[in-house]
Each structure stands twice: as C-alpha cells, then as structure tokens.
Design a protein around this ligand. Structure first.
Ligand code: PLP
Length: 437
C-alpha cells in the first residue's frame, strides 16, 4: 500500500486527535508502517527521527528488542484478567517496584489506561479522602496558570489552556488557578528561584483564605510541558509541599509527562526532595507501547478508605484496569532503566543535546533556550502560523518536531547517540531558517 493510498483513506475514515481535519487538505498525513529505534519509516521508505517520542510516550525507541521479548512471553501466558477480585504477577510486581522507588512513601498503586483518567482518579481520591475523614467541604482544586492535566471533562477542570477548554467551558467546574513559577518571569537581577518564591507566596495567600474548600493542589513538577515547556525551579515544589501541609491540602504531582526520567531523575519531585500525596504516571511508563496510567498514593490515604462500609471504599474502575500486557511493558521499561543505568547515560545525552543546541542559542530569532534533563526547548520570535510551517519544514528534513505555538522543543527517546543529537541540531536550525524566511 502506498503513502498516498493510506493517507487518503486515513483522512476519510479516521478522525485525528488535536487536529482541524480541513488542514489535511494541504498538510499531508504521514502513514507510518515501521519503527526502528528513534526512527519512523513511512510506506515509501522515508525515515523520520521521532524527536518528540510520539507525543512524549516512547522511551527506548520503537520496536525495542527487550520490551518486544517480554511482551511476547507474557502474551503466551495471560493477556488480561479482571482486576476486581483477581490479580496477576505483572501488576503485583509493578506496584511493588514503584512503591520501592518512592522508598515506600507512596505504597499503593491504582491503575487506569490514560493520563486524563489518572488525573481524575487523583482528584476523586483526594476529595473522597476528605469526605471519609469528615471534612465534606474540601472538594475544590487549585492548579497553576497554564497547567495541563488532560482533556476529559473532569481533567479539563484543572487544565488552564484556553485552546482545549474554550468550547467546553460550560460543562466544566473550573478550578482556581494560581501563578505559575515560570522561570521566564524573572525580573532584572532575579533568578528562577526568586520567581518560585514569589509564586509560592501567591499560593499561600490563596490557600490561607480558601483552604477549607480545597482538596488538593495539582502541579506538573518542574516542566509544564503542554504549555510550551515552561520550566521552573524545584524550590517551588519544596515551598508548595510545606504550604499544602500547613493548610491540610493534598499535593498531586502529575508526572504523566515529566516522570520516567525525562527531567533527569526518575520522578521529577525527587529533585525537590519531596513526595506528594498522589503521583500520576502514564505516557513513558509502558515505554510507549500500551495505554497504561496509574496513581501512587500514601498509606494514610489508603487507610482512610479501608473500612467495613462499602461506600467508604474507592468505587472507581476501568475495564482494562491493570492490564497484564501493559504492566509487563512497564516492567520491561523499568528493567531497561536498571540494566542500562539509563539515568546516568542520560546525563551524557543531555550534554550532547545542549551542545547540539548551541547554534540555536546564538540565533537572533531564538530566546529562552532552556533544558531540564532530556527536555530542551526554545521560543521563536515569529509570525502566527509558525508552528505549522516549521512542522512541514522539519518533516521535509526527515524530522518529527511539533512546536507548541512559538516554542520548539526536543523530547527524544533515550536512544539518540551523539551523531544523532548533532544531526537533530543541524536539521532544526535549517528548518527554523526556512520557516522564518
Ligand atoms: C499527556 C498529559 C496528560 C493526559 O494524558 P492522556 O493520556 O493524553 O489523557 C495529563 N497530564 C500531563 C502533564 C500530560 O502531559
């Protein structure tokens, strides 16, 4: 089947996500038939470097040998079983392993299949916790300006991105927003930490007044990815943790994008030396293979639901909760972290990325080149429509990059070598120059 055949049929039969379908009258859909490490290969044999990890999910390349092998083995034993009343080895091992990775701070794992569901599970658990301990009024939420926590109706409540929320506003009980500690907000003579302290003060004054009706603060630790890779100082997380304790408000860390090593540590909150009350994982946790999400929480929260009374239990479920194949993909992913000492290897990779971005730092249209771990981003002074023009130009060069507005970013899988990082830098610069011309 040729590229053209596939893309025409896709345009007719498939409603693509986050897309004005009419744009595909002129913007081609790329039909991928094969993946190989960081490369995606289309029906005509063109190769694209997947520098956005296929929407931030892929960690160890496409068709990874180890994950493939583990999935094949598991498939011959058990693909899925109802998780109410039943259990299986992959889900037990994954839960134990993740708990151990938090040093036991977050000892219980609840499963779903996508990130937005994990957000909603954390929100429901938090509000239900307060109800179970006799504080019925605490069911409101606070999120950061520019936050993104998913697009289902419940998750949209804590997603502060107008493009995603506008049409559905009337369906949503919007949360309160407090200022983002965005490091770009630093005034002359200030550093990222000063911005963090200022934003934390605003959080404190909000909670001082409203804590009686607030269940939780939800944050994307260190990087607000969907809002154009907004980066901030870990000090904000330390202060927010202390403020939430002071006002009896839960802290939900949405690590759906930033977890699994993206920021340099396995969990982003580790860089602040704190643990939240709830931690959401999805995207990379299954290596980018299968839909899986989960919420980790504390003994304290778990115990507040543990009772003879059924209605005090957490009565939430999804059909594919704890799917055995998805959990196996996650275990295989964690095995790779250990086997290949990935967090250490990524320090080198992050350095290669920084070097590859050097020519961009000096570019007159580029500002705020920023990096946290293996996420690197910069802002471009360009006319509206830049992101689509740039996307097209990068595709022409065999590169998959999707700018968010005027922010271009790299979030590649943990398999790029030094030459590939260098190539990524040169192609990005060429695509940028052509898009701006
Ligand atoms: C992607 C994302 C989500 C939503 O996950 P889905 O699987 O797309 O529903 C939530 N929070 C953050 C921080 C994300 O990046």
């Amino acid at each position: 089947m040729s590229n053209n055949d596939l893309l025409n049929r896709s345009r007719n039969a498939v409603w693509h996500p986050c897309t004005q379908m009419k744009q595909h009258e002129t913007l081609p859909i790329v039909p991928i038939v094969r993946g190989e490490g960081p490369w995606l290969i289309d029906a005509d044999g063109h190769r694209y470097l997947d520098a956005v990890s296929s929407w931030w999910v892929n960690l160890f390349g496409h068709c990874n040998e180890h994950i493939n092998m583990r999935l094949r083995e598991q498939m011959e034993k058990l693909e899925h079983v109802i998780l109410a009343g039943f259990t299986h080895q992959p889900v037990v091992e994954l839960s134990e392993r993740l708990s151990a990775m938090t040093g036991g701070a977050l000892g219980h794992a609840f499963y779903a299949s996508d990130g937005a569901s994990a957000t909603e599970i954390a929100m429901k658990m938090s509000a239900h916790y307060w109800r179970n301990v006799g504080r019925n009024g605490k069911n409101g939420f606070v999120s950061l300006a520019g936050s993104y926590h998913g697009e289902t109706v419940g998750a949209l409540a804590v997603t502060d991105i107008p493009l995603f929320r506008e049409a559905y506003g009337p369906m949503v009980r919007a949360a309160a927003t407090v200022p983002s500690p965005d490091a770009r907000r630093a005034n002359d003579g200030e550093g990222a930490k000063d911005v963090a302290v200022r934003a934390a003060r605003a959080l404190e004054s909000y909670l001082a007044e409203h804590h009686a009706s607030i269940a939780a603060l939800i944050v994307e630790p260190l990087v607000q990815c969907a809002n154009g890779m907004t980066m901030y100082d870990p000090e904000y997380l330390r202060l927010a943790r202390a403020i939430c304790h002071r006002y009896d408000v839960h802290l939900i860390a949405d690590e759906i994008a930033v977890g699994c090593g993206r920021t340099g540590s396995f969990f982003a909150v580790e860089q602040a030396g704190i643990w939240p009350d709830f931690l959401c994982l999805s995207k990379g946790i299954s290596g980018g293979y299968l839909p899986l999400s989960l919420v980790l929480t504390t003994d304290q929260v778990f115990d507040a639901f543990y009772d003879d009374d059924v209605t005090r239990g957490f009565l939430h479920s999804h059909s594919y909760t704890g799917n055995a194949l998805a959990c196996t993909a996650a275990l295989a992913t964690l095995e790779l972290f250990e086997r290949d000492d990935v967090l250490v290897a990524n320090q080198q990779r992050a350095q290669w990325m920084a070097t590859a971005a050097q020519a961009l730092v000096d570019h007159p249209a580029v500002s705020h080149v920023r990096q946290r771990g293996t996420i690197l981003a910069f802002d471009v002074d360009a006319r509206p429509g830049f992101s689509r023009t740039f996307y097209r130009q990068s595709l022409k060069r065999g590169l998959l990059l999707r700018p968010i507005g005027n922010t271009v970013y790299w979030m590649p899988p943990y398999v790029l070598d030094e030459d590939q990082c260098d190539w990524l830098g040169r192609q990005t610069l060429e695509a940028l120059d052509t898009a701006l011309a």
